[in-house]
Structure formats: C-alpha cells, structure tokens
Write a protein that binds this ligand. Structure first.
Ligand SMILES: [Zn+2]
Ligand SMILES: [Zn+2]
Length: 452
C-alpha cells in the first residue's frame, strides 16, 4: 500500500516479481522475516571466533587516542582494516573522516557510523592498557588524551560488524556505507563530512545507524529512545562591558562583575519563569572570567554558556531571552551594551530517532538478545551530532549499549561508590561483553534492514 498499489493486486504482483526479477522498493515493508534467533546464533559464533582480534584492536585504539580533527593515525588504522575486509575506502572526507563502501547487489543503502575522537583528559583508570598520551592543545597547554566517551568501543564494534557482514554476504543484498566520523566531541565532524559531499559523492543512505556506550547500564544490554532522544546544544558567549577603576572607588566605575552576577542569576529565570515547565530547558554558565586582582574593578567580564532545548521554537525563545536579559542588566547599570554571541559553528541539533526505524530495529534486537535486554530510556539533555544526518533527510537510529559490570551498578545503587559517568577520567567499559554485544546488535540491526 505504501507503494500506491491496492493490497490484492500488490500480493499478486509481488509473486510475479519474486518469480521473475528482484525489485527493490525502499518504501516497501520489510522483507519476509529472516529467522532472527538463528541469525543471532550464527553472528554470535562469528563474533566469539573473532573476539581475540577485536580485543587487540580495542586495546590499541584505547592506548592511542587522538583529539577532535586530529584523528590521523586512528583513521589510517581503520582505513587499513576496512580495505582488508573488502570495502572501497575514501580517506580525508571532512578533514580526517573515512567513507567505506561495500556493494552487494541491489537493495537498500545502509549507513553505519562510528566516531573516532577522544577527549583532553588525563586517564586515571589504572588499566594496563590506559592511555599515556600527552599533547599540546590549541593554547599550547599540555593535556592528556583519553577515550572517555567510549569512541574506541564504537570503532571496534564498527570494524567487528563490517567483518561479520563481509562473511555473511550471501545473506544480504544492498550497499553498506560505513563512515568513521571525526570530531563528534566538538560537534563539528558530521557537518564537515556532509559539507564535503558525504551524500553527494557516495550513495545516499536509506537508513543510518549508530551505537553509543552507556556508562550507567550493564553490559549485555541495549537501550533506546524513540523520537527526540538528545537535545539541541548551543554555545553562547556574553562579554559584559563596564568601566574599570580602583576597587576602593566603585562610584567612579561601572562594575561588570556585579552586572555579570546579576545576569547569571536572571538567566535562571528563563527555565523557571518563561518556558513551559514540561518543555525541558537548561541554561548553564560554565565559565566566568574577569579581573586580575583584589583591588581592581575590571572593564570586562566574559561568560560562557551552554544552552539545551528540544523544540526549535523554544530554542529561539531561550536564545532571545539570554540577549534580552544581558542587555537589560547592562542598561540598568548604565553600562555599554554587552556583546552576546551565539556560535553557529558549535550548534548541535537535537537527535530525533526515526520512530518506524527504531521500532523495527528494537523488535529485531529483542528477538536476538531477549526482551529483558533491550529497554527504553527517557531522553536526556546531552547532544550528539549524529543528528545532522537526520537533518540531511535520512531516517536515523542511535541505540546505546551497556558497558558496566552489573555488580558495580548494584553496589552503587546500594549507596556504594557512584559509577563514573562518560567523560570521567575513571570511566572504563568492560571490553569483552560490551564489544560482543555491540557487534551482535549492530550486525542484527543492519541485516534486519538488508536481509534477502
Ligand atoms: Zn562524548
Ligand atoms: Zn560520544
């Protein structure tokens, strides 16, 4: 019916088509159900056999992290792996990104994305394969580098899935577009790849899939959110301007520290007094810089904000409110107009998981992993630039995989040591069950969309 043909004629036509030529209709219902539990068994056997290889790859990637847009060695290693598997690999898409294509007859085009970048954090996990890497950041300061968001797990599952799908080529038809994306952590990599022609130079996907580590969920499990899943994230700078002078003669100055303090408190009234309490909004001032010494009133104070919303109209309202509040506080203090800058380059749109794709994927994951291992989770105010592929017109689904020992979660629940979150210098996944579940889940998700 979605092809515009009445049910009975379509049934007859389908029989004719099946017996003559195979025709791919992207809007058609999924192909006749593959025996998913049997498929799961076959994939599990492949992953078990492949695990020593994946374990070594994971530990190598973990020990050699690179910062956003500097993922040169990482990309080179992944390119080598993908060529060995049989993918056609194009390097340097969106600076350091990779696009790897494997064609296997006519059928849907499925994009599978991994991110590659690590964070400027000194690792304190005490693991034998912990990162010892130190680099200089853009300001020339020495920083540690750590895969504290699990992107090393994502890359390993991505390679593992490619290896499984290449071995099961007789079970699917279509085109795989595996992309390794740079700079997720600074919200720039997906945009860079799209601007470099990701959907023009390479087959445009019918669906896009990705997975992400979950630092609070037990390994062996998957969780998912239908529809809005992660928030719009904006970065805003406010430069509060005053007139500097002696700290003992404030009447001869216009004190930007006091104006900044007023702005910070007034900003909290946006979420509490201006927007619908049921429509989530976060305005956090993450940095405040001003002044040099006790007895000097500075001439400027610099605030840096992160702003999280779900709806576009709410986003516009909150950004306008920030500017209005900053200007009003300055005017009340006879100060020059402040500079309020929203950084378009640091905007990450809300991640909205396509509902039909998510339901279809979740049904397959439940059939293989078990109903109790695949659980819904509410949206959170984090952000992910995987959303950019959805904005470019592709239905997307990102699910999360558990990474932690169930016993540690139980201890934390009972008042023990809290679990470190992603981005913590103490966060670590348990590699074997995490990676095995990730490869199994992603392979099933892809095959469920491609199976003959
Ligand atoms: Zn992260
Ligand atoms: Zn991440």
């Amino acid at each position: 019916m979605r092809c515009g043909i009445a049910p009975w004629p379509m049934f007859v036509l389908t029989l004719i088509l099946i017996s003559s030529v195979s025709v791919y209709c992207p809007a058609a219902d999924p192909p006749a159900a593959t025996d998913l539990p049997e498929l799961g068994k076959a994939i599990r056997a492949l992953v078990d056999k492949d695990y020593p290889y994946l374990d070594a790859l994971y530990k190598h990637l973990h020990a050699h992290p690179e910062l956003s847009f500097q993922e040169k060695e990482t990309a080179a290693r992944l390119a080598k792996e993908m060529r060995q598997i049989g993918f056609e690999v194009t390097e340097n898409v969106g600076k350091t990104g990779l696009v790897c294509v494997l064609k296997n007859g006519s059928g849907p085009v499925i994009l599978v994305r991994t991110d590659m970048d690590a964070l400027p954090i000194v690792e304190r996990t005490g693991l034998g394969y912990a990162s010892q890497v130190r680099v200089r950041n853009a300001e020339g300061r020495e920083v540690g580098v750590m895969h504290a968001c699990g992107h090393d797990v994502h890359m390993t599952c991505w390679i593992g899935t490619a290896r499984v799908l290449a071995q099961l080529k007789d079970r699917w038809k279509g085109t795989l577009v595996f992309i390794a994306q740079p700079a997720e952590e600074i919200g720039g990599g997906a945009r860079a790849m799209l601007e470099d022609g990701l959907f023009k130079r390479f087959p445009k996907p019918d669906y896009a899939l990705a997975l992400h580590c979950d630092g609070q969920a037990p390994y062996g499990t998957v969780n998912y959110t239908e529809g809005p899943s992660l928030a719009n994230a904006d970065a805003v700078d406010i430069i509060v301007r005053g007139r500097g002078g002696h700290g003992a003669a404030p009447h001869q100055t216009i004190d930007p520290v006091v104006i900044a303090a007023r702005i910070i408190l007034d900003l909290q009234t946006i979420a509490s007094r201006e927007t619908d309490p049921l429509d989530a909004v976060v305005v956090s001032v993450g940095a405040i810089h001003g002044g040099t010494k006790h007895n000097i009133i500075p001439s400027e104070v610099h605030l840096q904000l992160t702003v999280r919303t779900f709806k576009d109209a709410t986003r516009q309202h909150v950004l306008e409110a920030i500017e209005r509040i900053a200007k009003a506080a300055a005017q009340a203090a006879r100060a020059p107009e402040p500079i309020v800058r929203v950084h378009p380059g640091e905007f990450t749109p809300s991640l909205v998981n396509d509902i039909p794709l998510t339901r279809r994927t979740v049904a397959a994951l439940k059939a293989v992993l078990g109903e109790d291992k695949v659980l819904p989770r509410p949206p959170v105010m984090g952000a992910e630039d995987f959303s950019r592929y959805a904005q470019a017109g592709v239905p997307v689904c990102m699910f999360r995989i558990g990474t932690v020992e169930p016993q540690r979660i139980e201890e934390a629940r009972q008042g023990g040591r809290p679990l470190p979150s992603l981005h913590s210098d103490e966060y670590y996944p348990i590699p074997e069950p995490t990676i095995k579940t990730g490869v199994l889940a992603m392979s099933v998700a892809v095959l469920n969309l491609l199976a003959r």
